[in-house]
Design a protein around this ligand. Structure first.
Ligand SMILES: C[C@H](O)[C@H](O)[C@H]1CNC2=NC(N)=NC(=O)C2=N1
Length: 179
């Protein structure tokens, strides 16, 4: 199986940067043939093999719509709908699932596009809740009439979620551990 070129959705791709490195004496051919990112499951994620079986169909490398991010500790994807109202209804439906599962996304919304990142903050990594809620998002997106597949998450949408995640309060360290 030829190694896959990883092309991040934001900024110059690794492949371009390394091709530009040719002639600089740096090992470029081998370095741009990078192996795909592997999931990094959080401690206590249970049966990792079973979780991996539930995760794989969701990944864009297997025909799904989600991409691994943050060194495999997160799943992220963009959703687009016909109107702001449908987008908001979708986010409302997702938020109800968050309440039920007690698990919160890192997400951003501009008009009819919503970027969602699922990652577990404590313990850090990808958990069963992230995988299950990603699958739930796919199902809800169908219910609310998701439109064409946007070409990867835009830098702006990811950046918005990153800035909010960085400035948000600590949602996830149990109170007892904070004392
Ligand atoms: C105490 C409460 O169960 C925890 O804070 C939950 C809440 N929601 C959460 N959401 C996410 N994404 N990660 C967490 O670690 C997490 N922890």
């Amino acid at each position: 199986m030829p190694p896959r070129i990883s092309v991040p959705s934001c900024g110059p791709s690794t492949a371009i940067k390394n091709i530009l490195a040719i002639g600089s004496g740096r090992p470029s051919i081998r370095s741009y043939m990078t192996k795909p990112m592997e999931p990094s499951f959080s401690k206590g994620a249970g049966d990792v093999n079973a979780l991996r079986d539930r995760l794989d169909p969701l990944l864009s490398t297997n025909g799904g719509r989600w991409a691994l991010a943050n060194e495999g500790e997160a799943l992220e994807r963009t959703f687009k709908f016909k109107t702001f109202a449908k987008t908001w209804d979708f986010m409302t439906a997702v938020s109800l699932q968050c309440k039920i599962k007690n698990h919160h996304p890192e997400w951003s919304n501009v008009f009819n596009t919503t970027f969602i990142r699922w990652t577990t903050h404590n313990p850090k990594g990808l958990s069963d809740k992230d995988v299950d809620l990603a699958a739930t998002c796919d199902s809800l997106a169908k219910d609310f009439g998701e439109v064409e597949e946007p070409a990867g998450a835009s830098c702006e949408m990811k950046g918005l979620a990153d800035r909010v995640a960085a400035s948000a309060g600590d949602c996830c360290t149990p109170k007892s551990a904070k004392q």
